[in-house]
Structure formats: structure tokens, C-alpha cells
Design a protein around this ligand. Structure first.
Ligand code: SF4
Length: 179
């Protein structure tokens, strides 16, 4: 069983605002979330191996997640000057992603077979090889929670973590399945 106290300390040291234990059997994979990907609001649909449809259908995603029992959810919460403070939103997202990459390296030393699941698509390479050639770094590429069909609010609520921290805040959420 994971030592959540220790992981919480490590995660906060890595710069995250909140860290919570994640039980993988609490995760619901929803076809509706995958349908939302098709609307291509993020402009990444069918652009990267890490995103639908390249990351596999929900059954493929389910099989990957079922290999794990527990992990952690990590969040970065930013305080906005006003509800339209796009600059702070982008800054918070960038900080979250940087912390996510750095913490992945720390965790992988202890859990080499872990599965990192981020906020946003894989940005390891400037240009993805999709669909013409295999992924350059299949061991290091990662998908977003949405690409797996997860609704972030559901995953947070099912594991006792807030998702909304009040007016003029923004929260970015990712997770690592560890063992
Ligand atoms: S590691 Fe590179 S090739 Fe593989 S999914 Fe990420 S961006 Fe694409």
C-alpha cells in the first residue's frame, strides 16, 4: 500500500498544491468524454499517438489502467486576478506541466513501470510521428486523463479531492498510477 503521507510531502516539494491517493478501481472511463475529444477543441484529435484515436479505444485504455491498484492525483491551483485572467491560467498550466515532468522522473526511480497520465497531450517531441511512423518514445509518451476517457471531476470526487477552489481560481489535475 502506498504511503500517501510521504507522497504528499514529495508532491508538495515538487510544487503541487494538492496530492491525494488514487484508487484505480474508482476511475470511470466514459465514452462521452472520448466523444468530446472528437469535437477537437484542443486541436489535437488525431494529431498525436497520445491522443484519440491513436492512444487506443476505451478497452485498450481500461486494460492499461487495470494493471494498477493505486496511485496519486496531483493538482496545481492558480489564483486569478479576475475570471478572464488568461495570462495566469496559461502560467499555471505551464507550471503544472513542468512539475508533472520533473516529478515523473523522481517517481520513476522507485516505480519504473508506473503510468503517468497528464493534463493535455504529449509534448515530448516538437512534431509527433503520428500516423506515419511509430511513437519515438513509447515508454515516455503520456496521454491526458481525458484521452483515457476520464472525467477529472469524477476522479477527484471519488478520491476525496476538491476540483473547484472557489471564484477566481484555476486547477490543473494529473495523476500517476504507481503500483
Ligand atoms: S513521444 Fe513524441 S512521437 Fe510519441 S506520442 Fe509523444 S510527441 Fe508523439
Amino acid at each position: 500500500m502506498l504511503n500517501i503521507k510521504e507522497l504528499e510531502e514529495m508532491g508538495k516539494k515538487a510544487g503541487f498544491s494538492h496530492v491525494a491517493l488514487l484508487k484505480s478501481d474508482s476511475i470511470q472511463l466514459m465514452p462521452e468524454v472520448r466523444e468530446m475529444c472528437k469535437n477537437n477543441i484542443c486541436h489535437m484529435y488525431a494529431k498525436r499517438w497520445s491522443c484519440p484515436p491513436g492512444c487506443g479505444d476505451l478497452e485498450v485504455c481500461r486494460k492499461k489502467i487495470e494493471k494498477y491498484r493505486e496511485g496519486i492525483i496531483v493538482q496545481t491551483v492558480g489564483k486569478l486576478e479576475d475570471p478572464l485572467d488568461g495570462e495566469t491560467m496559461m502560467e499555471t498550466e505551464a507550471v503544472h506541466k513542468q512539475n508533472f515532468y520533473e516529478f515523473e522522473k523522481v517517481l520513476r526511480e522507485r516505480w519504473p513501470g508506473m503510468l503517468p497520465i497528464g493534463a493535455g497531450c504529449c509534448t515530448k517531441c516538437k512534431t509527433c510521428t503520428y500516423p506515419d511512423a511509430p511513437c519515438r518514445f513509447p515508454e515516455q509518451a503520456f496521454s491526458s486523463m481525458e484521452a483515457y476517457g476520464m472525467l477529472v471531476t469524477q476522479v477527484c470526487q471519488a478520491n476525496g479531492l476538491e476540483y473547484y477552489y472557489g471564484p477566481c481560481t484555476i486547477a490543473y489535475t494529473s495523476c500517476y498510477l504507481l503500483e
